[in-house]
Design a protein around this ligand. Structure first.
Ligand code: GLU
Length: 371
């Protein structure tokens, strides 16, 4: 049996972390089992649909590196099918203008409202049956729907999928939560967290067990559907920052430069960022790395330090890390105060390591700032 799962967000905007956890769990499971993932947009609740939300969801999934094999299937476009199946379902009957489903051992429930709209529970069950979904992996806020949906699928003469529910994400002070505005993928992207770190964190909490800094393939291997997170999980911003630093430090130079450029002042020379690369690898976020770059690109008010200009002149135009470190040693031995040198070159008391500032600035620019 080929595993077929679906990720079925309601189109309310950029994914919040709870939905992203569902997406990660489904994606890891599908990849691990050599199965298929369908993207379904549960847009039947028109009141809640937000303009552009579907695009935001797709953008988030792509950015996280979570592709899908089929879809997006829009639930709203399958309305005729939902109605047709309501008419065909065993145990369905009309009462007070609505269609109800009765099944042994369960309370009756509405499958088509009196205004003619199929309910979410029904539409979802019909879709899962039609799509041949084998496992429904979703948040435990849907636990109360499972028994009804099993009955709904059976009323169509189909075999219900397995329903598996994972923990909900709880936000609290110091944690990634709605309150501090950091609960959506878009917010974390803007703050400069690399997608690898977010998927890493979600992948680790999706199923219990040991694990730390991991790539997607490692997370696929580690995932265990029998140990889906239970109850509630707390996503700590401290942990995300640590994973973020680890993933930033693993990036290849070209990739690092391209990503940091997105957070550096407009028009920054990529060569300048490349020269600083080793010093950017300690940053917690790409935004922090972009700020380090800004320390160097923004020319400070003139603060002359002629000894610095003289010594800089003797070195090549572009400095390797090794050259730049040697230059710092020479400044130190010549008695040039390094704090002064930093002020002269950047106009700030803090920033990237001094060798990185020197490596980033072309010779003429460094001399111009020091003259
Ligand atoms: N649209 C539902 C949600 O976003 C999906 C529930 C399900 O996966 O069955 O919560």
């Amino acid at each position: 049996m080929t595993v077929r799962v679906r990720f079925a967000p309601s189109p309310t905007g950029s994914l919040h972390l709870g939905s992203a956890l569902t997406a990660v769990a489904n994606w890891l499971f599908a990849r691990q089992q050599g199965g298929e993932l369908v993207l379904r947009i549960d847009d039947t609740d028109e009141g809640r649909a937000v303009e552009g939300a579907e695009q935001a969801i797709e953008q988030d999934l792509r950015w996280l590196g979570l592709g899908w094999d089929e879809g997006p299937v829009r639930q709203s476009e399958r309305r005729q099918r939902h109605l047709e199946q309501a008419a065909a379902a065993k145990g369905a009957h009309a009462r007070d203008g609505a269609v109800w489903l009765s099944s042994p051992g369960l309370p009756e429930f509405v499958i088509v409202r009196s205004d003619g709209r199929p309910t979410y529970r029904w539409a979802s069950a019909v879709d899962d049956a039609d799509m041949g979904i084998t496992h429904v992996v979703r948040g435990n806020d849907h636990l109360p729907n499972a028994a009804l949906q099993i009955a709904a699928v059976r009323s169509l003469g189909a075999e219900p999928p397995q329903y598996l529910h994972h923990a909900l994400v709880r936000g609290e002070g110091g944690k990634l939560s709605k309150r501090d505005g950091a609960d959506s993928i878009a917010a974390l992207r803007e703050e400069g967290y690399p997608p690898e770190a977010i998927v890493n964190l979600l992948g680790l909490v999706a199923s219990s067990g040991p694990g730390d800094v991991m790539s997607l393939p490692e997370l696929v291997e580690r995932f265990d559907i029998d140990r889906l997170a239970r109850g509630e999980v707390v996503l700590e911003s401290k942990r995300l920052r640590a994973l973020s630093t680890a993933h930033i430090s693993r990036l290849h130079d070209d990739d690092l430069v391209a990503r940091v450029l997105g957070f550096a002042p407009a028009g920054t020379d990529p060569q300048l960022v490349a020269a600083m690369a080793p010093a950017l690898r300690g940053a917690h976020t790409l935004a922090e790395a972009g700020d380090l770059v800004a320390c160097v690109t923004e020319a400070p008010l003139q603060h002359s330090l002629p000894e610095l200009a003289t010594i800089r002149e003797r070195y090549p135009d572009r400095l390797s890390e090794q050259d730049a470190r040697a230059l710092v040693d020479e400044l130190r031995s010549a008695g040039v105060p390094l704090r002064e040198a930093r002020m002269t070159l950047t106009g700030r008391e803090r920033g990237p390591e001094l060798w990185a500032v020197l490596a980033a600035l072309p010779r003429d620019e460094a001399i111009r700032r020091a003259a």
